[in-house]
Structure formats: structure tokens, C-alpha cells
Design a protein around this ligand. Structure first.
Ligand code: 5GP
Ligand code: 5GP
Length: 226
């Protein structure tokens, strides 16, 4: 009887510890999209993918597990490296929505592999490789950030727009404030580079960001054409 009771207590404690470990993996995701026109403006050069110039749309940069204090885990599991055979059914969507613009030209595999190995392995307690990449693609589709901006008259036309008009337009549609990252163009103007949306650990809900990166855009920012 006593042995049974001890076993029960032991297994309950073990379960609690396991839940705690899983729960402490990370606190939320940053879903980060990059504007290709700015990537190509800012870096010395950019190179279009081997399969052609991407559409004039945001591209996925990554889905990054993060902690509430602003720090983040990375390179969490070298025993589970990127394996393209696990996402073969997603590759055409990946090429369209997650193009790599770094040089030399590539088909994207190196970028996706970097993102999985650095960030994706840190959420493998909730998402396997297929689920991780599918979630990012679905978030991109469901959020429709470019459509939201265009609906508010904000276009990639090299014009200047107020930072608050971008944030308000996006918040009005998705229900949470995005974090906007800017870079500086050759004339010294602040320009739209990346848009961060925070997502809960299940990947199902957009949330207000518990913490944001520290950079600042000017109050008026350029939206470069691409
Ligand atoms: P940078 O130094 O260019 O802002 O970021 C370089 C890389 O560090 C990013 O592409 C990303 O992999 C990682 N990184 C930078 N800031 C954050 C952050 O706040 N959270 C997470 N999870 N990763 C970040
Ligand atoms: P991070 O650590 O910043 O998430 O990953 C950025 C890494 O992916 C860098 O090594 C960068 O050279 C590579 N990379 C390849 N293609 C792209 C791209 O289109 N955008 C960005 N930001 N990085 C890319």
C-alpha cells in the first residue's frame, strides 16, 4: 500500500516537472516578415532566388521562440537538423512566401535550414519541422499584412507614411500592435524593414507582444518599392 502511494506521488511529481520543463521552453513567438525592397536597399546587394524575382510582397524571415524578458533560446537541438524531405509538400509555398534574398542566389534551402536549426529547434516541444514551417506559411496567409496596409492606402511606392498609421492599420485588423523595425536608406531616411507580430506558444493566437526589440523607427517612414 505504502509503496503504491509513494509511486503515485513520485509519478505525479515527475509529471509536474515534465509539464514545467515543456512550459518553460519559451514564452511566445515573434513572427517576422521582411520587406524585400528594403533588404535589397540596405544590404550592399541582394540576389534574387535561382527560380526568379519574388513577388512585391512581404517574405517570411522567421518564426522565433522568445522569452518574456526579451532574451531568446537558439540552436536548441543539433540532433534534429533541417531535413527538407519532411517539408517536400510545402516547398512551392516556401519558395513563394519565404524567399532568400542573400547572395549568392539560392533556392532558399540554406535560409530555411538556418531558421530551423537556430529557432525552430527551440519550439520542437510543440511543433515538429513540418508543423513549424506550415504554421509560418499559414500565419503569412492569414495575417495578409500587405493587403491590410494597401487597404489603408499604404503602398510600396517609395512614399513616406506615418509609423502610427501603419501600426493602427495592422492593429485594427489583427487585434494586436505589431513591432516595426526600420533600417536607414542611402539618403539617411528611416524605411520599413521588418514587421513583427507576436503569437502564443500554441501558434493559434496573435497576442500583444510581452516585450519588443529595442530599435526605433522615425515617426515617418519610407515604404520602398520592389
Ligand atoms: P539582428 O542583430 O540583425 O537584429 O538579428 C540577428 C538575428 O538574431 C535575427 O535574424 C534572429 O535570428 C536573432 N534575433 C535578433 N533579435 C531577436 C529577438 O528579439 N528574438 C529572437 N528570438 N531572435 C532574435
Ligand atoms: P537570422 O539569424 O538573422 O534569423 O538569420 C539570418 C541569416 O540568414 C543570415 O545568415 C543571412 O545571411 C541569412 N539569409 C539568407 N537569406 C536571407 C534573407 O532573405 N533575409 C535575411 N534577413 N537573412 C537571410
Amino acid at each position: 500500500m505504502e509503496v503504491k502511494l509513494n509511486l503515485l506521488i513520485f509519478s505525479t511529481v515527475l509529471q509536474c516537472l515534465l509539464v514545467l520543463c515543456v512550459a518553460q521552453d519559451f514564452d511566445f513567438f515573434y513572427f517576422v516578415q521582411q520587406w524585400p525592397g528594403t533588404y535589397c536597399d540596405t544590404d550592399q546587394s541582394c540576389c534574387y532566388p535561382t527560380y526568379g524575382k519574388p513577388a512585391s510582397d512581404f517574405g517570411i524571415h522567421g518564426l522565433w521562440p522568445n522569452y518574456n524578458d526579451g532574451s531568446y533560446p537558439f540552436n536548441c537541438d543539433s540532433s534534429n537538423p533541417f531535413d527538407e524531405s519532411q517539408i517536400s509538400d510545402l516547398v512551392s509555398r516556401m519558395q513563394e512566401h519565404w524567399p532568400s534574398l542573400s547572395c549568392p542566389s539560392s533556392n532558399g534551402t540554406t535560409f530555411w535550414s538556418h531558421e530551423w536549426n537556430k529557432h525552430g529547434t527551440c519550439s520542437e516541444s510543440v511543433l515538429n519541422q513540418h508543423a513549424y514551417f506550415k504554421l509560418a506559411l499559414d500565419l503569412k496567409d492569414n495575417l495578409g499584412i500587405l493587403q491590410i496596409l494597401q487597404g489603408a492606402g499604404i503602398q510600396p511606392d517609395d512614399g513616406s507614411y506615418s509609423l502610427s498609421s501603419l501600426k493602427d492599420a495592422i492593429k485594427g485588423e489583427i487585434g494586436a500592435t505589431p513591432y516595426i523595425e526600420c533600417s536607414t536608406d542611402s539618403s539617411g531616411n528611416s524605411q520599413l524593414y521588418q514587421i513583427y507580430v507576436c503569437v502564443d506558444t500554441s501558434g493559434s493566437n496573435v497576442i500583444e507582444c510581452p516585450v519588443t526589440p529595442s530599435g526605433k523607427c522615425s515617426s515617418s517612414i519610407v515604404f520602398p518599392s520592389f
